[in-house]
Design a protein around this ligand. Sequence first.
Ligand SMILES: Nc1ncnc2c1ncn2[C@@H]1O[C@H](COP(=O)(O)OP(=O)(O)OP(=O)(O)O)[C@@H](O)[C@H]1O
Length: 301
Amino acid sequence: MSVIEVTDLRKSYGGRTVVDDVSFTVDEGEIFGILGPNGAGKTTTVECVEGLRVPDAGRVRVTGLDPVADHARVARVLGAQLQESELQDKLTVREALELYAALYDKPADWRPLAERLGLTARLTTRFGKLSGGQKQRLFIALALIGNPRIVVLDELTTGLDPRARRDTWELVEDVRANGVTVLLVTHFMEEAQRLCDRIAVIDKGRVAALDTPAGLIRRSAGGTVISFTPSAPLDDRDLNALPALASVAHKDGRITLSGTDETVNAVITLLARSHVTAHQLRVSDATLDDAFLDLTREEAA
Ligand SMILES: Nc1ncnc2c1ncn2[C@@H]1O[C@H](COP(=O)(O)OP(=O)(O)OP(=O)(O)O)[C@@H](O)[C@H]1O
């Protein structure tokens, strides 16, 4: 069952279209990622889902409700990360948690939430004195405090150190294991690849691709990456003629090709035929990073 439906969403600022016919649905219990370069229209899209912005055209439904017309009811099922400006500097962590818990009929117990997010030692610290990462963790706790059915996390782990980032990923997995649907806006490929069931890649206001992480990798970068430093230059025409080739890149004398196993075998044949030795030959599975660059490059072209 879909809990979020976005159909032909459009939004312009001052005559410039920043969200251009975006459509996707998010199923109950799914972690759905929105991935895209800076300024792609990701935040504008999720703010329309949250009812914080009014679409110029198209339709948005959250559990069947219109987030603008039914804002109060949507706010009961959808938890969103706050923006920094929305909390007063003088409020302590405990006061913020208690204040937000009081806004809901059936709030979560904030103590285990605070514990899980490493905030227990900071309960008496004022918001203004928290580090960027601590603020971020508090925002995540506040997004979850109303026991929402859906949670929107925008740039969830920006500013967190690697340890805190991993802890937060585990928390998101726990949240989903409890049946909560997660809409996640991210810049981090590793985060998207690890957490998301499906991802919409948004570029210049449009959905460039929508698939599982594995599906995005398969269909764009071809699945396999081979890189090596040749002992002598190889003819570009020979490289470009390789079968199932998705991309070729040259950097600091190193060649990186993406394609399939067929491409790898053909490169080896080409090297032997050209009497060229490949130094530091590496073959690896393509990552979401490769797929993302491929997808957004295609759009740019
Ligand atoms: N209130 C606004 N008024 C005018 N332009 C805006 C407004 N909000 C966003 N924009 C512009 O709309 C475009 C899309 O912004 P948006 O924040 O949705 O992108 P994003 O994909 O979330 O970017 P980022 O990853 O950098 O956060 C950007 O060019 C931005 O400058």
